[in-house]
Design a protein around this ligand. Sequence first.
Ligand code: PHE
Ligand code: ZN
Length: 883
Amino acid sequence: MDIARTPANPDGNIEMADAAVEPKAPPEIRREDYKPFPWLVPETRLDFDLGLDSTRVRSRLTVVHNEKSPRSSTIRLNGDGLTPTSVKVDGEVSRAYVMDGDDLILTLDDNAHEIAIETEIDPSANSQLMGLYASSGMLCTQCEAEGFRRITFFPDRPDVLSTYTVKMSGPKALFPILLCNGNKVAEGEDGENHWAEWHDPWPKPSYLFALVAGDLVARTDRFTTMNGREVELNVYVRDGDLERTEHAMESLKRSMKWDEEVFGREYDLDLFNIVAVSDFNMGAMENKGLNVFNTKYVLADPETATDGDYDGVEGVIGHEYFHNWSGNRITCRDWFQLSLKEGFTVLRDQLFSQDMGSEPVKRIEDVRVLRGVQFPEDSGPLAHPIRPDSYREISNFYTSTVYNKGAEVIRMMKTMAGDEAFRKGTDTYFDRHDGEAATCEDFVKSIEDGAGLDLTQFRLWYSQAGTPKVTVELAHEGDEAVLTLTQTVPDTPGQTDKKPMPIPLKIALFDRTSGKHSGEELIVLDKASDTFRFGGFAEKPVLSINRSFSAPVTIQRDIAGEDLVFLAAKDDDPFARYEAMQDLMVGHLVPAAKGELSDETREAGRKDIVGALKAVIEDESLDDLMRGELLSMPSQTYISEQIEAADPGRIFEEREALKAHIGSALKDELHRLYERAEKVPYSMSAEAKGARKLKTLILVYAAASDPQKAAELAAHQYDHADNMTDRQGALMVLTGIDSAERTGKLIDFYNRYEGNALVIDKWFSLQAMSLHPQVIEHVKALADHEDFTMKNPNRVRSLYMAFAANPHGFHAASGEGYRMIADLILELDPINAQTAARFVPALGRWRKMEPARSALMREQLERIAAAPKLSRDTFEQVTRSLG
Ligand code: PHE
Ligand code: ZN
């Protein structure tokens, strides 16, 4: 599509109007068009008269000419669906304003003015959950990225930093708790109403503004910072949820301590509040001093939260807290720089979780997310660099690429620099840019200077999309091991003929006889192809490469099955060991799904796999968390990524067949393992978590090999569970088996947890993810269940995200799964566009599928595209997916 380019409008706002060419297309915003805003807004005063159906907002902004920009006679204040009820400049009612679409443009004659605007909004009618909205009787806000403009007219861009003073008033009975950013500086009562005034001393962009009003209770604690600041900590929830906030609070304190110790970052206010809300588009939000969280990432107790949920709470609490420096103290100049705060903060939360639990297992989990979500994104129609060049709707760019690949890119810098030098780099970044709205380039330059690295060529990781592929060949010449590496960076939409990138690869060469290597080395492949020689090898060693997943690339290696068996048993890098095990299984399943296995190779492959798994079961040096990773099969998505024109049905069958084979071949070993694990009492120790992971994993294998026996075992585990991990695991297995136990336990689970939204979400998910042959009928019935609602994103995701991730349901050969997701997108789009658009990528994989399914998926995308009215979010995702 050819979009006409128009010069940036006179006031320098980077939003441009080019809609004329393609009537339906919202304008494309380009990174290269960035201009500073011509006005500074040193002070912002907001007055809220709060009501669920009607809230009046009065804003007073002081604006002064920005010296870094040519003098402008107008100011553009962004709005979204707002009508001003009063506009004043310097106290006088202004006639000199015009509306340009949703924005308000004022004429200003001088260098400094005071602008006062009133708006009125209806939080109850806000189903998009952006701006100010009502969530079960309370009021809360979500402003990132462009939600503030749904509250009041403002230069709603991250490079306009302002100091906020906010007065909120409302009925005391409805809103006993009134919260905002910063510190409460005054409060009072006024009949049935009460009010509070809050001041945030730290200048911030509008996307970090937050307000909460409601009937809430808090768990309160304290933290003393490294320089002796006494900080009051609160976790606010609804009455009745208080007992489930302990883990969140402990995670917060650990995050605060960790950031001091590892990054030297101290908290900078006397108060830190977290509020949990049940209607939320994302995981959580780092608003200054007032983080707003999806309840999913706050509430946890053993009865209702799994070990995975506990880890999620800790990780997200850490993530939002770490944003206080990587995001708030230093924010983004524009939204193209999103990975500046998100990539870095994801890395920080990953390192935090690694330090709190098992480092290798956390690394494996993170790589699994990257390969399961980001790699497919990078190889599909929505591929974009971690610093995108253009967008139509920024909400669509809160992607795994910006977040997870962004984190990997910074992790590579850390690997190349070493921990100490990397810390010098981050210190330089925080020193240099504190208080600023910075760019990815600022970050790279700081690491370069502080850590003493040359990152000239490395910057390509910010501009080139696509997952590099590294082909590995190992030869043996004389007493030398000769390693030849070749890289290609695949074409992605709008990008071809890419340059080679620096790829840091940790390697080790194992002596076959001793089973040892003489030290890990870091090599950097920075050419299209390069050769590395290593002396002192009488026989050809076994190569372990991309250890600890040092680079986010795919490795193409021609490696013998016996060498993979060797690495799966002996590699001292836990990640590489896991990788060898996965490769062994993928190397079997890919040709199997393509119909390329002879009976003989099938037998041989299965034998290798079973042998390697048996060694893992018997290896006493392993802890059970790690053992669980090594015993897990590669996911369907991961396998299908390795196949051109994949047939999900075939992959599914082969994967199930291998699962069944393993289940019966290792029946006794797995059974003994289960019996051992069953004896470990519930606790949060690594040992107990490992035992729980094994139990459910063993049920999964049993379900494939001996479903009736598995159903009995699972029912037993369900009945005797004293925690959600065991109970959910058992029920997950049961939902896939057509058995008497299935229905009974599903009913029991529902009755047991009725009214607990987060657990009922699990109940929906388990059924939508199930391997049951009638999964599509089940999902349809669940959509009509009285507890299902399109208004709550957690509930929508629990049913439909789970279903879209279930290859067995979503990819049903009839195309019915695709139609269901398309129907959902169309129905949800007017209610919650952001959430609706997040379902498009599932259909966007059409090019990767075998022809029949490919056509069916495309047909559904076209049906969505033809809808008379689509949100900007869904429009952009569908157009790119078809493009
Ligand atoms: N900035 C949030 C985070 O990653 C994510 C978010 C984006 C939340 C947009 C809400 C809306 O921590
Ligand atoms: Zn974040």
